[in-house]
Design a protein around this ligand. Sequence first.
Ligand SMILES: [Zn+2]
Length: 214
Amino acid sequence: MTQNLIDGFLNFRKQAYDSPHGTMRALMKLGQSPDYFIISCIDSRGNPGNVFQSQPGTFFSHKAMGAIVRPYKKGTALAAALQFALKYNKVKHIIILGHTGCGAVKALIDNIPDEDIASFVDVARSALNTAKELASAEETHDDLYRHAEEQIVLQSAENLRGYPSVQCALDEKRITIKPWLFDMHEGDLLEYNPDLAQFISLIHTAPTEKRVHA
Ligand SMILES: [Zn+2]
């Protein structure tokens, strides 16, 4: 039943431990020093390890539905993880990796009647309200999804600034916060550009066309 995972691990072990280019033994000896802290959705198609084809030791990872960052509260998993990564490991960039086709955004828009999910995603309702204001009359329901996905990433970035460890690192000018969106439909990666007030592809030079959800 879990053979595909075990086969994957054997392949990983071959590359990371047994190959001359394997980094795990050195990482275990010298310790880790990742540059990135990536907050991503739990979606099985958007795992940062796959998406960024990264080596072990590249980033810390935190997952939550929709990559939603709730306002700071002492004692949460995210608050502890950020403190560990920023105070003791000197991470340089925090990436919030939202994505298109996100089930958490759909749950919010559709007002899913599930208390555990609804009570979590509801923290992003003000982002959805902003998305509704931005969606023009000519735009489709799919466009509202896209606006919502983008606004939730931006609201999460804003909420992140309320975490003491993040505030401290920002004051000391040793981190950046990057609101990113993985367009799963098109295979694109975008970053919010505050000067242009829109998400711009990181892999093309020209601004991306509007995507239509499948
Ligand atoms: Zn998602």
